[in-house]
Each structure stands twice: as structure tokens, then as C-alpha cells.
Design a protein around this ligand. Structure first.
Ligand SMILES: Cc1cc2nc3c(=O)[nH]c(=O)nc-3n(C[C@H](O)[C@H](O)[C@H](O)COP(=O)(O)OP(=O)(O)OC[C@H]3O[C@@H](n4cnc5c(N)ncnc54)[C@H](O)[C@@H]3O)c2cc1C
Length: 511
């Protein structure tokens, strides 16, 4: 059996039969099987938008090469049966725990939030009555921050392909559509994610792992650089090692770790608001028409040098999605975005943020603790603007002109929007950079200023980073590891999950 990979160009609404014909014509063969290896939309020429497919074809009629075996992640089972604790059920914590359990450790995994079914109900209730629920919110609980998201699985890291392949195939085994393994811009949607995180929980438990919800890590007892005791609000553990992946919303966890001598430093992060447009506006700007058969909804990614001091860029775009109240705590107000697998909502949203350092915000050098305080104060300020979880908002043109003309606006945001001069409430340096960036985006995208800006986006990345050695071990500790977004070394579902996998594998290799 011969094998060949070819690239074929097919219409956006191609059928399997059309694809078979293209392959047959390209290779001059009749009997064959194939698998799609990569699928990306080529929209450079708006009058001839098409899919570009990389297809692996198997046939007796192909002479020569056979498919080379893909290198797969190898997890040795060292059967130690020693107890380890993993804190945080987001992508980083889960995949760390999953690998450690597969390697033979006795893993206890805890999360402060609820399991996904209860968490979903809590979020629904919050969006109906506007009363914040610490156990049912967008930040904490089973699957972590990304469970109620667009579930984009793109990652800019080039060096994680084996880990990424393991993560994607685990998602597929847990019920994800197979296309995530070949789409150039794969995404799951929150509807798939809710099923997937539950099935991953079951797979982990089947391996013998223990998963406990509504259990918060409150403290650690440290002696001579060793964590002797992991203290939670439901009891304590004395594991051989503890792996912490708290995400970057867990302020009190960060503060506790700082008190216990875990070293952090400040770093660049990003602040801004969420942009929202009618999806048709984006479709027309990107495709020249409101509908493209065979493609769900148009995406965009925008970057600008901003005001020359702070770069401005779009982030975490959710085509056909909703803007959501993503706060982790009562009386703080932040926004984020999510969508369903179909991406068929009326609106498109994305963060519009300026890259900034906490020292610039404070106009002085700040400690990691002060950096956290700064961000938290801003999140409280945005709550105080509406005294509820409604999103302060204005039109993009109003932001650029710094003139509030907007009286009423349409939005997907479930808790209401209130027209307010957003530019006055963001830090001045962020406002100046965003103003320049938005002007730039308006030059790049047709009808861009018809969109609105909503609320505060403060969670695109963490303002602090733990000091850690190779393998994720915290500097000065022998058995404490930090991973994922909360460590400050990862951002997004895939890179956080990959950080969890790598941390676990390194630990196994040293055990
Ligand atoms: C609404 C939304 C949409 C997003 N969309 C995307 C997207 O489309 N694509 C993408 O790549 N990224 C997206 N992100 C970002 C992505 O979710 C995060 O980068 C990723 O989840 C980080 O993974 P993590 O495991 O490091 O941390 P998290 O996912 O934040 O998980 C941390 C977990 O730790 C738990 N925890 C914290 N402190 C404690 C404690 N003291 N005790 C016990 N448990 C604790 C929390 O409950 C939480 O479950 C989105 C985020 C949000 C909020």
C-alpha cells in the first residue's frame, strides 16, 4: 500500500464526493482511502474563497512511500502508587493529574468550584438574577476557566506538538469532533466542552484517580523547602508532591503562596475591553458577503503598534458568540467571550487589549502583591460603575472621539449594557494605546467602528509569574510545582494543558 500527502483546493461547501474526485484527478488513481491532515480557509481573494486541504491518501496504485509513523507521547508506568495532590481542574491541572495517574501515582485532584453540571446551573442562575454564585461562575470549577468558552485550541507555541497531539486525541476520545485534529483553527464550543470535561473526569476516575470538587486549597505547611501538608477547607493531605494550577483569577491562592515564600515576579500582561460587532459586519469585511456556504462565521485577528508605547491587539475572538460576565468574585466586574460549536449567534466578539507592565500602571516599580492589588482594584472599580454585573459600554467611534453619543446598544451580554464613557475608567496609558489601535483597526477592517466596546478585559494573561526551575518546580522548594496560566508561563487551553503534561512527565522522569 502506497501513501502520499497532497494539497487540494475545494469549494467552501464541498462534499465528500467532490473531494474524492479532486484526489482521483490529482493522483490519477481510482481506488484509495484518505484522511484530512489539515484544513484551512484561504480568503485572500474574496471572489474565490476556498478550503485548502492537506490530505493523506492510501492506495495500491501509489508507488513508493508509506506513511511515516507519528511520534506519540509516551507515558511510562512507574507504578509508584505514591500520593500526589493536584490543585485546579483547568486544562493544566487536569492534564497533569491525568498523566501522573497514567504513570501509576495515586492522584488526588481538588478544585474549589463545582462539577460541570452544577456549575452550569449556577451560571444560568447568575445570568438570570444577577446574583453572583461562588460555585457557579465562569472562572472556577470543573474544566477551569475554559469550560464556558469558545474552546479555541490554537496555540502559538511551536515546541509542544507531541503534547498537543496527546491533548487533542484525549479530547476526541472524550467526545470532541475529530476535525479538531486537522483544522488549522480548531475550536470546541462550550456545548462540546461541557461533555468533554465530564468524560475526562470519568476516564481519570476509571484509572483510579480521586477528584474532589468544592474543596479549596487554603494553605500549605512548609518545612525546609518541602511542602509537608496541603491544607484545604475540607481536610489536609501529606503527599510526596503538590502541583498547583490555580489559573490567574485565584487572588487569595496567589497571596497565600506569596506568604509561604513562593517567589513571583511581575511581568507584562494586557488590559482593555471586549469588542462586539454584528457577525454579518465581520463576514462582509472578511468574505465580501454575509454568508459563505460551508463555513460557520468569519474570524479576525488584528494587531497594531498602538500609540507607539503599548501594542494593541485583538485576542480570543469568538465568532457567532456571546460576551459573558466572567468574574470570579463578588463585586468585581470583568467580561470575556464564549460560543457554541455552531458559532451561529448574531454577534462576534474579541478582546481589544493593550500590552502593559504593572510598573507602568502604577508609575513606579511594584511588587507581585501590589500588581495583583492593582488589577483587583480595577475590577472592583468596574463593578462600582454600574453597582451590578451589567457591562459599562460605548460605541467604538465614541471611544476614539471620546464623546459619548451612544444611548442604546444591542449586545449578546446577558446582564445588560449601560452606555458609559469607558475611556475614562480604563488606565490612561491603556486608553491612549487603545484609541490609536482602534483607529488603526478601522483602517484595516470595513465598518469596524459600527461595533461596541464592553467592560473590562483583565484576564488575557497574568501580571505575575512564579520563579520556577525546569519541570515546573518552584524555586526554593523540593516538592512544589506550579503550572498553567496561574504560573505565568502559559496562556490558553492548549498551552496550559501542555504545561501540565510536561510538568507531570518531568516529575515522572525524576521519580
Ligand atoms: C470565558 C472564557 C473564555 C475563554 N476562551 C478561550 C478559548 O477559546 N481558547 C483558549 O485557549 N483559552 C480560552 N480562555 C482562557 C483559558 O480558559 C485559560 O487560559 C485556561 O483555562 C487556563 O488553564 P489553567 O488550567 O492554567 O487554569 P484555569 O482553567 O483557570 O483553572 C484553574 C482551576 O483552579 C481552581 N482553583 C483556583 N484556586 C484554587 C484553590 N485555592 N483551591 C482549589 N482549586 C482552585 C479553579 O476553580 C479552576 O478550576 C478563556 C477563558 C475564559 C474565562
Amino acid at each position: 500500500m502506497g501513501f502520499k500527502t497532497i494539497t487540494v483546493k475545494v469549494p467552501t461547501d464541498y462534499t465528500d464526493e467532490m473531494l474524492r474526485k479532486s484526489i482521483s484527478k490529482e493522483l490519477h488513481i481510482k481506488q484509495f482511502s484518505f484522511q484530512i491532515e489539515n484544513k484551512s480557509l484561504d480568503a485572500r481573494n474574496k471572489s474565490a474563497i476556498h478550503w485548502l486541504l492537506s490530505v493523506g491518501v492510501f492506495s495500491e496504485e501509489i508507488k513508493g512511500a508509506i506513511q511515516s509513523e507519528k511520534e506519540l507521547l509516551s507515558i511510562p508506568n512507574i507504578g509508584k502508587e505514591k500520593e500526589v495532590v493536584v490543585v485546579g481542574n483547568g486544562p493544566a491541572g487536569f492534564f497533569c493529574a491525568y498523566v501522573l495517574q497514567k504513570a501509576g501515582f495515586k492522584v488526588i485532584m481538588i478544585d474549589r468550584g463545582s462539577e460541570v453540571e452544577k456549575r452550569s446551573k449556577g451560571i444560568e442562575q447568575f445570568e438570570q438574577d444577577g446574583v453572583f454564585n461562588p460555585l457557579g461562575n465562569y472562572a472556577f470549577g470543573e474544566g477551569g476557566a475554559g469550560t464556558f468558552s469558545d474552546g479555541k485550541l490554537t496555540s502559538r507555541s511551536k515546541h509542544i506538538s507531541i503534547e498537543k497531539q496527546f491533548i487533542l486525541s484525549s479530547y476526541v476520545e472524550a467526545g470532541a469532533p475529530r476535525e479538531i485534529e486537522y483544522m488549522a483553527h480548531p475550536h470546541l464550543g462550550t456545548d462540546n466542552l461541557k461533555k468533554i470535561v465530564k468524560n475526562l473526569r470519568l476516564a481519570f476516575q476509571k484509572l483510579g484517580g480521586t477528584m474532589t470538587f468544592e474543596t479549596t486549597l487554603t494553605d500549605i505547611r512548609v518545612k525546609d523547602g518541602r511542602v509537608e501538608e496541603v491544607i484545604t477547607d475540607k481536610g489536609s493531605y501529606s503527599p510526596v508532591a503538590v502541583f498547583i494550577a490555580p489559573g490567574h483569577s485565584a487572588y487569595e491562592t496567589y497571596r497565600m503562596l506569596l506568604r509561604r515564600g513562593v517567589a513571583f515576579r511581575t511581568k507584562n500582561f494586557a488590559l482593555g475591553s471586549r469588542m462586539e460587532h454584528q457577525q454579518d459586519v465581520i463576514n462582509i469585511a472578511q468574505w465580501g458577503k454575509p454568508r459563505l456556504p460551508g463555513v460557520k462565521a468569519a474570524e479576525y485577528r488584528l494587531t497594531s503598534a498602538g500609540d507607539g508605547k503599548h501594542q494593541v491587539y485583538s485576542f480570543c475572538m469568538c465568532p457567532g458568540g456571546m460576551v459573558v460576565p466572567a468574574t470570579a468574585y463578588e463585586d468585581t466586574n470583568i467580561v470575556n467571550g464564549m460560543s457554541y460549536f455552531k458559532r451561529d449567534g448574531h454577534f462576534a466578539n474579541a478582546a481589544c487589549v493593550a500590552g502593559i507592565h504593572p510598573d507602568v500602571l502604577a508609575s513606579k516599580s511594584v511588587s507581585p502583591l501590589e500588581a495583583l492589588d492593582l488589577v483587583e482594584q480595577l475590577e472592583r472599580k468596574f463593578f462600582s460603575l454600574t453597582q451590578k454585573y451589567a457591562a459599562p459600554a460605548c460605541n467604538i467611534r465614541d471611544f476614539i472621539d471620546q464623546k459619548l453619543r451612544t444611548k442604546k446598544m444591542e449586545s449578546s451580554y446577558p446582564l445588560g449594557v449601560e452606555p458609559l464613557p469607558l475611556w475614562q475608567f480604563l488606565p490612561e496609558s491603556v486608553t491612549q494605546a487603545m484609541k490609536a489601535g482602534l483607529l488603526d483597526f478601522d483602517r484595516k477592517m470595513q465598518a469596524f467602528t459600527t461595533g461596541n466596546l464592553l467592560g473590562l478585559e483583565s484576564k488575557t494573561s497574568s501580571p505575575i509569574q512564579v520563579l520556577r526551575e525546569e519541570g515546573g518546580r518552584c524555586v526554593g522548594f523540593t516538592n512544589l510545582f506550579m503550572m498553567g496560566e496561574g504560573s505565568g508561563y502559559a496562556g490558553g487551553i492548549i498551552s496550559s494543558a501542555a504545561d501540565g503534561v510536561r510538568t507531570a512527565l518531568h516529575f515522572v522522569s525524576q521519580a
